[in-house]
Design a binder for this molecule. Structure first.
Ligand SMILES: Cc1cc2nc3c(=O)[nH]c(=O)nc-3n(C[C@H](O)[C@H](O)[C@H](O)COP(=O)(O)O)c2cc1C
Length: 189
């Protein structure tokens, strides 16, 4: 399976990158073709809400000339997309949020009978790490993710929240085994 991992975190050896690394290793071990993109390194501007993309439904029609176009094209080509991020103020980190906003250009006519999407049927999964617990903290992020598949016409492949994260050194074998199971779950077509 062609897998694209879109990483919203900035810390290369942080909690999210560590868990993402375990997931990636397991996906590779299972024979999947992987690409990882650190969004923090890319130039991804915010959506302009200009609606020009809706005039070009057969391609990534966004008119902003930055790195998001190529990333969105890679997203269209992927069979599974894994979004990963630290939890920042009850949401995903800025670079990932900007990319998700730009994915507005991947579909047309949401809520209409003519609704169509360039990522129709694609599997999508989310990994988030946070310092706090799930309750009163992570729910909003996962609610938003669970709704994202509607306009995208995608399929939810799985979600994982690793809470009470202090530092990568404290992520024990329990978290690693959760990460490996998660990898197997999201890739099971
Ligand atoms: C700007 C900022 C906002 C944060 N907001 C939250 C939050 O709302 N909830 C939470 O549980 N942790 C929050 N945290 C903690 C991080 O989500 C947590 O430490 C995470 O595991 C860090 O991941 P990283 O090591 O990959 O950067 C925040 C951290 C930062 C820097």
């Amino acid at each position: 399976m062609k897998v694209l991992i879109l990483e919203g975190g900035a810390r290369r050896n942080g909690n999210t990158a560590t868990v993402t690394g375990w997931i990636a290793e397991e996906l590779e071990r299972l024979g999947h073709e992987l690409e990882r993109i650190t969004l923090q390194d890319k130039n991804i501007k915010g959506c302009l809400a200009c609606m020009k993309c809706k005039e070009r439904p057969d391609e990534v029609g966004c008119v902003i000339d930055d790195d998001a176009i190529l990333i969105l094209e890679k997203m269209v080509a992927a069979e599974l997309v894994l979004f990963t991020s630290p939890l920042y103020f009850w949401g995903v980190a800025g670079p990932l949020k900007s990319l998700i906003d730009r994915s507005y250009s991947l579909y047309i006519d949401y809520h209409q009978p003519t609704h169509a999407s360039l990522v129709k049927g694609q599997r999508q999964a989310l990994l988030v790490t946070g310092a706090g617990p799930w309750e009163n903290n992570a729910e909003a992020t996962f609610t938003a993710f669970n709704r994202l598949q509607r306009p995208h016409m995608a399929v939810k492949a799985g979600e994982l929240f690793i809470g009470r994260c202090a530092s990568p050194e404290d992520l024990g074998e329990g978290v690693k085994s959760e990460a490996l199971s998660f990898a197997r779950e999201i890739a099971a077509a």
